[in-house]
Design a protein around this ligand. Structure first.
Ligand code: FAD
Length: 530
């Protein structure tokens, strides 16, 4: 067997994950983001910095620059901070570009995260800011073998909900059986000694739950059809699904690949902010409240000889502001339509980098039937229809009511659903959802949906790079254009993660600090503090 070099492994995992970052972390070639307080020395300098956007990147930049003695103003178009770090509660209001504003009507105390809902345990910087800002976190249950796979189609197992554990254990068992048999017969083209083969076979037998004849038969791993109990109740296990049925029902299609367990960032343990992910944004806002101007929509960004000139609109009309430097965290699909005098490389990059389409709907139910009736506490049901995923809440277990994320979809599916009216999005979520949970009919109360690519001031879920845009567009935005610096999740290899916003903010702050103090600052800086 040809051995895999680190480079081979890296390029293969890059293709799979779309980014070399997780693979490099796994190989120990790169450190995880720093998990220490930012440690540059405060040197008051009288420099003024205008920061565009009060999402996590903009607010973190202001927070860190302020600590270092810079005078910051943050211009935010919305009447709230946080940008994508947004939890929907009663009275949250939302505007999509092709329809009037809407307001959420949920019971007090209930919420769902329209944007980020999970913090990976390896995103040390996100966890660091939760700690520094005093935001309590709790475990987020991302992987739940009790949740379902639901495939619409023609196979025997189609249009039925099948517990994740049944599919996972049956497929693992059959694969292990096939491999063990091949090894037994010496059919594998692998340079194993007899002893090695024996060890691998033993491993496969344990991994797949094979019997002494190396056959996969059902085991308790895939659950019981009659639970064990006292007296004469040993419990009853069903026969495994046939591999052909699993295959022909589409349950081995990409919609059901084991992403949650295998992707580096999605491996347990994961966390969430207690009470809603926007608690992180609220905690940052508290630190820098006097610097933020809400309801200030930036329309013009110009480099001028002595610095920058920013034009924005607020309730009072058109305003102008000048400063020495600017950090722009406005998402690129929005920035692309503003009046700017950026260099041609920068303007081209802004237009070329793509963003994805994505949407979520929160469904409020009278009763947590998924817990009471189906023993599902957190985790995700996967489907091959428009819903793509149903997320069960990892908070307030055993409470009376709760909000499910009724769909969380991407790209074409997100695009199709986004075109529907709000009422029709709800109709679709209920119609498809009740195929899995018939309780929807009795228990549903109300919904609220967000399509990020139609959301004013975002116009996309997150930046999606190809190797071409990473090579030809990313570098232009990774350095200042005159007096203007760019930050945000889109300017990292941590796209779609809050850690990207934090990381890029620190990187730009270090760069500005180096420019003003004329010091050589290598980023990430080394911790001198706790
Ligand atoms: C559906 C979804 C799920 C996600 N899931 C996760 C997750 O589970 N875990 C995780 O860690 N991350 C997740 N993320 C990613 C995370 O939310 C982002 O990476 C992060 O919040 C981006 O922060 P930012 O500051 O770069 O951008 P933003 O939050 O978009 O901030 C940009 C700010 O600029 C403002 N703005 C825009 N235009 C103007 C203008 N003209 N004038 C003034 N202000 C303007 C916006 O209003 C906004 O406040 C998810 C994102 C989405 C959309």
């Amino acid at each position: 067997m040809k051995s895999l070099t680190r480079r081979d492994f890296l390029s293969k995992s890059t293709m799979l994950a779309g980014s070399a970052y997780p693979a490099m972390l796994a190989l120990g070639l790169m450190k995880t983001v720093p998990a220490h307080a930012f440690d540059l020395e405060r040197k008051p300098n009288g420099k003024k910095v205008i920061i565009l956007g009060a999402g996590l990147a903009g607010m973190t930049a202001a927070y860190e620059l302020n600590k270092l003695g810079y005078q910051c103003t943050v211009l935010e178009a919305r009447e709230r901070t946080g940008g994508r770090c947004w939890s929907i509660r009663n009275n949250s209001s939302h505007t999509e570009t092709d329809r009037p504003p809407v307001t959420a009507r949920f019971d007090e105390g209930l919420y769902f995260n329209a944007g980020p809902s999970r913090i990976p345990h390896n995103h040390e910087l996100t966890l660091h800011y939760c700690k520094e800002l005093g935001v309590p976190i709790q475990v987020y249950n991302n992987v739940n073998e009790s949740a379902y796979f639901f495939a619409e189609g023609k196979g025997t197992l189609s249009n039925k909900k099948v517990r994740n554990r049944e599919v996972h254990n049956d497929v693992r068992g059959y694969m292990a059986e096939m491999l063990a048999k091949s090894m037994d017969h010496g059919n594998l083209d692998a340079p194993f000694t007899k002893e090695d083969s024996q060890k691998v076979i033993e491993y496969l037998m344990a991994e797949g739950g094979l019997d002494a004849d190396k056959l996969y038969k059902a085991s308790a791993r895939r659950g019981y059809i009659e639970s064990p109990g006292a007296g004469d109740k040993p419990g009853r296990i069903a026969d495994p699904h046939k591999l052909a049925d699993i295959l022909h029902s589409g349950l081995m299609d990409p919609d059901f690949y084991n992403v949650a367990e295998y992707t580096h960032e999605l491996q347990m343990t994961m966390f969430q902010a207690v009470g809603g992910m926007d608690r992180i944004a609220t905690a940052l806002e508290k630190k820098i409240a006097p610097m933020i101007k809400k309801g200030a929509e930036v329309t013009q960004i110009h480099n001028v000889t002595e610095g920058v000139k920013i034009t924005y609109k607020d309730q009072a009309g058109t305003q102008e502001m000048q400063a020495d430097l600017c950090i722009c965290t406005i998402p690129l699909p929005v920035l692309s339509n503003l009046d700017t005098n950026f260099s041609s490389d920068v303007s081209r990059a802004i237009d070329y980098i793509a963003y994805n389409q994505t949407g979520k709907i929160g469904l409020q139910f009278k009763r947590r039937f998924w817990e009471e009736d189906e023993h599902i506490y957190g985790g995700i049901t996967h489907t091959n229809n428009e819903l793509t995923q149903i997320f069960y809440p990892s908070n307030d277990y055993l409470d009376k009511k709760g909000i499910l994320i009724g769909y969380y979809n991407f790209n074409e599916k997100a695009q199709q659903v986004a075109e529907l009216s709000y009422a029709d999005r709800e109709k679709l979520a209920l119609q498809k959802g009740r195929l899995i949970h018939p309780q929807y009919d009795q228990e549903f109360e109300r919904s609220f949906s967000v399509s990020w690519h139609k959301t004013k001031y975002n116009m996309g879920g997150w930046a999606v790079y190809t190797s071409e845009t990473r090579k030809n567009a990313y570098p232009a935005l990774s350095k200042p254009d005159g007096h203007i610096y760019f930050a945000g999740e889109h300017l990292t290899y941590l796209n779609a993660w809050m850690a990207g916003a934090f990381e890029s903010a620190r990187s730009v702050v270090a760069s500005i600090y180096g420019r003003i103090t004329e010091a050589q600052i290598a980023y990430p800086t080394k911790s001198t503090k706790g």
